[in-house]
Design a protein around this ligand. Structure first.
Ligand SMILES: *Cc1c(COP(=O)(O)O)cnc(C)c1O
Length: 356
């Protein structure tokens, strides 16, 4: 090892993103592999959005507006929230990192139901936090267990809804009840990366801000709007929290291209959401096809399906890879498969049913 690497870093396993299709093609000597492992949108952004990004390219000799004022103003108008309640991040993962920078000292507790987004354990390790994980019941968060696990050392609580990898959602009325049970110097983060795929009946976390100044909502244009490669995230929270989060964001990390993409996405929401509707119809078709084959899945409200395949998960994922379908296995518990194009979905359904 070169230099004196922090133990928190040397102990951390290197992040394993979903395997690239090209990697699987080389490993198994196949062609035409498809990647359904990272919950990406299978479609390019709508043309109005790609055109706006292309128009911004000539301006990359300049640093972006670090405060992204136009984007905050547009988000504020779009969401009917005062822009002082809005911040932006280099993807919503950038905002999650900023939350750790603002709130977590070594030894502080970070609480989340688990399995959930793999970034929470990674940042917890990097910041020398104590991870407190509560179990899920029927693949869904148990908010009573979360409330019971809060201590005076808890700084952050992460609730991803819909959850990654299980796809399950929680009702905002239940989060409100949780927040009434815990002290209000604990920051409760509602990670809504899959918001646009969710059933609105679960409620809007922005409404929690009326009674709770300790809630932070993180959202992204990566999934539903197809801007994963641009790194475009935003947050909604109390202006005092916005101020602290803004201090620690890597300067200019929300690029001019990202800002152009976000502005265009807001302007062309309807066109983007029409494609989300297609994905939701495909999701239902896949759930029905699995059910017809006797495969039970927890109710999904995201752009992926979680199949609780238990100890067979890694083997099934390998068998599917040999058939050119890359999924995200969670060894010992399940398989997460992103909804793709209709053709891709036919392929993964056939590959799964042949591999289970
Ligand atoms: C994909 C994902 C994100 C991060 O998305 P960004 O591309 O960083 O905006 C955040 N939370 C969850 C639960 C996710 O699955």
């Amino acid at each position: 090892m070169i230099g004196r690497v922090r133990p928190a870093v040397s102990n951390l396993a290197s992040y394993t993103p979903g395997k690239a299709a090209s990697q699987v093609e080389a490993e198994h000597d196949i062609s035409d592999a498809i990647k359904l492992a990272s919950n990406e949108n299978p479609w390019s952004p709508v043309p109005e959005i790609t055109a706006a990004i292309a128009d911004a390219v000539a301006g990359v000799n300049r640093y972006a507006d670090n405060s992204a004022s136009d984007v905050r103003a547009a988000l504020g108008q779009w969401l009917d929230i005062d822009p002082t309640h809005i911040t932006v991040g280099c993807g919503s993962s950038g905002l999650l990192q900023q939350l750790f920078m603002v709130y977590v000292d070594p030894g502080d507790e970070v609480l989340f139901p688990y399995p959930s987004f793999e970034v929470y354990p990674v940042f917890s390790t990097l910041f020398d936090a104590v991870q407190v994980r509560t179990p899920l019941i029927d693949h869904t968060f148990d908010l009573d267990a979360v409330a019971a696990a809060v201590t005076d050392k808890t700084k952050l609580v992460f609730l991803a809804t819909p959850n990654n990898p299980t796809g399950t959602s929680i009702a905002m009325a239940d989060v409100d009840a949780l927040m009434r049970k815990i002290q209000n110097d604990v920051i409760v983060v509602i990670d809504e990366a899959y918001r646009e795929f969710n059933d609105p009946a679960f409620g809007d976390p922005v409404d929690l801000l009326v009674d709770h100044n300790n809630v932070v909502i993180t959202r992204t244009f990566s999934k539903a709007f197809g801007l994963a490669g641009l790194r475009s995230g935003y947050g909604v929270c109390h202006p005092d929290i916005v101020r602290e989060l803004d201090k620690v964001r890597l300067a200019f990390s929300v690029s001019n291209l990202s800002q152009a993409g976000m502005l265009a996405a807001i302007e062309h929401e309807d066109a983007a959401m029409a494609k989300v509707a297609d994905l939701l119809a495909e999701r239902q078709r896949c759930v029905d096809a699995l059910a017809a084959a006797g495969v039970e899945t927890p109710p999904t409200h995201a752009n992926f399906i979680y199949i609780p395949t238990g100890d067979a998960s890694a083997d099934i994922a390998t068998a599917m890879e040999k058939l050119g379908v890359v999924t995200r296995p969670f060894p010992g518990i399940g398989l997460r498969i992103t909804i793709g194009t209709p053709e891709q979905n036919d392929r993964w359904l056939a590959a799964f049913l042949a591999s289970r």
